[in-house]
Design a protein around this ligand. Structure first.
Ligand code: PLP
Length: 429
């Protein structure tokens, strides 16, 4: 990052504020968060600079972020959105599937992975998950398939990559679309390649709990030019413009020669010509300014997440008689969002006992999102097709939870987490 003389004062002030803000960790008093945005004066400096530029909407920071993020993933297009949920909605919209189409998706999920399907009249086909990877078993896709299935909408649960080579083979043989919900999986690889780059589109969330943050934010990534234009149009009110970031947004004094060229309506301004029935799901440029700094730090975040997961895994292995520990596939290299744990059956305690114990000791836990979505009040009567009995999804809803692996965890915090597990097991044994 370059800081010129005019910005120096602001930068120094923010640097000082952040130095003074550092909190001491007190075991049992300071909460060990399940997720945490790790940022400092650099992110805030760039966000303030963006605000001071006088341009609030998508502009030069968004343009830079989209380019850098695409380069990082090795994909052609990145389209920023204001959340991961919006990214999922845009990805589903961009496909323009016929009404009555079906989409295969896991029953254990985050609500806004499935919501765009319901909202667009696409019938969800709910598959059960594997009890250790928390993803669907690719070998069971055949059981879920019907002629109406047009889409596989697959989250890489908590950052754990799906068996994406088998899934893509299945999809290609049947001419199906694939959306990879990689909202929890930035940095996770399968066979050396980043997840989100296998399917038609991948989606990301930049909410503070996620691998990098913009406060709120999201993105759709794709190698498909046509889909990227659809996503941008749906995101930007439905308009006909084709530039990734508007020339006028990059420079308000610029002249845009494309506005009146090749327009669907003769002589009508493309910025006010609508080719899709769109939304406004754009982020602010200050979010992208923050995101750019986060992206540049991401290689360190990624390494720390992996180290934290490894340490917790190797220590919690001692308690394997009590807990199901997560597993990943041989070709997978996950950059975990969190550390999922399922309480085994026939142990002398229930999930609520360990969760309460951890929470009382200020170790934050969360359930695996919605659990079996069909048990949630809003979804219990939804029009869907269910494959099998969803026994593992029910089990996850009853017995699973997750704890943090985020890059803000210190050695002291990790040791405290492990000691607290030890203390609990000693008590219940
Ligand atoms: C798998 C998955 N998809 C989508 C989302 C939605 O992202 P956002 O909170 O940015 O809307 C989340 C949020 O955590 C998620 O875990």
């Amino acid at each position: 990052m370059t800081v010129n003389a005019n910005d120096k004062e602001l930068y120094t002030l923010l640097e000082r504020i952040f130095k003074e803000k550092k909190e001491q960790f007190i075991p049992g008093k300071t909460t060990v968060q399940y997720a945490l945005a790790v940022y400092d004066h650099n992110e805030i400096f760039e966000a303030v600079k963006s605000l001071l530029s006088g341009w609030f909407g998508i502009g030069k920071y968004a343009s830079e972020f989209e380019k850098e993020f695409s380069k990082f993933l090795g994909i052609k297009q990145c389209i920023l959105a204001n959340s991961g949920s919006s990214a999922n909605l845009l990805a589903v919209e961009a496909l323009q599937l016929p009404k009555g189409a079906e989409a295969i998706t896991p029953a254990t999920t985050f609500p806004t992975t499935i919501n765009p399907l319901i909202q667009k009249g696409i019938k969800p086909v709910l598959m059960d998950i594997n009890p250790t990877t928390y993803n669907i078993n690719a070998s069971e896709l055949k059981k879920a398939f019907s002629k109406k299935v047009k889409l596989l909408m697959l989250p890489h649960t908590l950052g754990n990559p799906n068996e994406i080579d088998q899934i893509m083979e299945f999809a290609e043989e049947r001419d199906l679309h694939v959306i990879e919900d990689a909202c929890d999986a930035l940095g996770s690889r399968y066979d050396g390649r980043y997840v989100s780059t296998f399917g038609d589109m991948g989606t990301f969330s930049f909410y503070p709990a996620h691998h990098i943050t913009m406060g709120e934010g999201g993105a759709v990534v794709t190698n498909n030019e046509e889909l990227s234009l659809n996503v941008r149009s749906f995101r930007d009110w439905g308009r006909a413009c084709v530039c990734p970031v508007c020339t006028i947004a990059l420079d308000p004094n610029a002249y845009c020669p494309l506005r009146f060229m090749k327009t669907p309506l003769p002589d009508y301004d493309k910025r006010f010509t609508y080719i899709t029935v769109g939304y406004n799901l754009k982020p602010l440029d200050l979010q992208a300014a923050m995101g750019l700094q986060q992206l540049r730090r991401f290689p360190q975040f990624m390494q720390k997440r992996k180290e934290n997961f490894k340490k917790l895994y190797s220590e919690l292995l001692r308690f394997e008689d009590y807990f199901v520990l997560p597993e990943s596939l041989p070709k997978a290299d996950p950059c975990w969002f969190a550390f999922p744990i399922t309480v085994k059956e026939k142990v002398p305690f229930k999930r609520k006992d360990i969760v309460n114990f951890l929470e009382e000791h200020r170790i934050a836990t969360r359930p695996l999102f919605a659990g079996n979505i069909l048990r949630q009040p809003a979804y219990k009567d939804m029009d869907c097709r269910v494959v099998g009995k969803l026994e593992n999804s029910d089990r996850v809803m009853k017995s699973s939870f997750f704890i943090g692996v985020h890059p803000g965890l210190t050695e002291e915090m990790l040791n405290y987490m492990i000691e607290t597990f030890e203390e609990f097991i000693r008590k219940v044994k």
